[in-house]
Design a protein around this ligand. Structure first.
Ligand SMILES: Cc1cc2nc3c(=O)[nH]c(=O)nc-3n(C[C@H](O)[C@H](O)[C@H](O)COP(=O)(O)O)c2cc1C
Length: 366
């Protein structure tokens, strides 16, 4: 069914404008009668943030911004799904065109600008799903601030209050490059204030139930000095984990030189080296204080395994789906099992961070 889906959809989607293609993919996922995938091999299981993930391959934020197709995404075989980013008030995002596919580079540039149905609509959707299905599948939500907001931290607090009860983890996104000023929240003093307030909001939301794990998602464009501060502040506030990372505003060597000048965040294959380096740099600074999710340019089992060896307990992908289709999820899981066998490892946890020191000693990726 999934190979068929890819064979039929891929040529069609590639002909369309990227944003239309995305809308059509969401429609197809809503309608397609996808069968339940086979249970994952136990060797792929990962324990992190107090949760038990059936496999380490997650969907990154931005694909299902409004939590419309979460269950269909689990049918593709994902071990967890991060919906969002969502903002407190609905907002349209930037004018179109704002999404660009760089086919020759297997990359995407987006400047969507956190277009969102708003937290009320998204919370209602997640609550309805929760009521209908109970807690099936690990679902996270990525939260951000409205473009015109004055007190950004208050926006994250509002999202946590509305969403914590309906998800398994919350991701504080301070790294989207398309909301002016958002990434300044990664600066030490601002981050210190933000994390104090979001953790307080999470504790208040937990009064009636369990604490929802809170993750911080950072940009791959931080300097190593900034990263020292970010990890230090995150450790002081006992954050549950970090995602490394978001799209980059840098432009590593690209073939599609005309599109490369479009403003926005770059994702996909050309992001792999930079984001893997930042992941390893984060791993050596975190010293095991919390687990990491690696994202950026994963489009194969080898790429996913490289992230794990650089320090990721779990991985996420988005752009790889655009170029490799939804069969990529199953292919990565099969390859990971092979790589475990070849390396004579019993579990993925045995490989986490194995190469972090080597990666951080390499020349900085060009
Ligand atoms: C179209 C698009 C929209 C995105 N929206 C969000 C978002 O709302 N919040 C967020 O934290 N990351 C967002 N991301 C970043 C992804 O979650 C991911 O971190 C990044 O794309 C790197 O992974 P990839 O190379 O596998 O795509 C978006 C990415 C793309 C391509």
């Amino acid at each position: 069914m999934i190979p068929l889906f890819d064979r039929l959809a891929a040529p069609l989607l590639r002909m369309l404008d990227p944003e239309q293609a995305h809308a059509l993919a969401l429609r197809a996922l809503k309608l397609a009668p996808l069968p339940r995938p086979a249970p994952d091999d136990e060797k792929l299981g990962v324990a992190a943030f107090g949760l038990r993930f059936p496999n380490p391959v997650g969907l990154a934020a931005g694909f299902d911004k409004n939590a419309e197709v979460v269950d269909a995404l689990f049918r593709l075989g994902f071990g967890f799904v991060e919906a969002g980013g969502v903002t407190p008030q609905p907002q349209p995002g930037n004018p179109r065109p704002r999404l660009f596919r760089l086919d020759a580079d297997q990359a995407v540039i987006n400047r969507l600008g956190l277009n969102s149905d708003g937290v009320e609509a998204v919370a209602a959707r997640l609550a309805a799903r929760h009521a209908a299905r109970g807690r099936s599948g690990i679902v996270g939500i990525n939260i951000g601030a409205n473009k015109d907001t004055v007190d950004r931290a208050a926006d994250y607090v509002a999202c946590i209050a509305a969403l914590a009860a309906h998800v398994d983890f919350l991701t504080v996104n301070v790294s989207s490059p398309n909301t002016p000023g958002l990434r300044n929240l990664q600066q030490a003093a601002a981050l210190d204030d933000l994390l104090a307030r979001v953790i307080d909001a999470r504790e208040r939301a937990a009064e009636s139930g369990a604490r929802t794990p809170l993750l911080l998602k950072i940009a791959p464009d931080l300097t190593l000095g900034d990263l020292d501060d970010v990890v230090g502040v995150a450790r002081r506030h006992r954050i549950d984990g970090m995602i490394v990372g978001n799209t980059t505003v840098s432009r590593p060597k690209l073939r599609e030189t005309a599109k490369a000048t479009e403003q926005g965040g770059l994702s996909g294959r050309p992001l792999f080296a930079l984001s893997t380096r930042m992941l390893a740099e984060t791993y050596v600074r975190a010293e095991g204080a919390f687990p990491l999710i690696g994202a950026g340019g994963i489009d194969s089992g080898a790429a996913a395994f490289a992230k794990i060896k650089a320090g990721a307990s779990l991985v996420q992908l988005y752009s790889g789906l655009v170029f490799r289709g939804v069969g990529l999820v199953g292919a990565i899981k099969r390859d990971l099992l092979d790589l475990l066998r070849v390396g004579r490892l019993d579990a993925l946890a045995d490989a986490v961070g194995h190469d972090a020191a080597t990666v951080t000693a390499e020349p900085w990726p060009a």
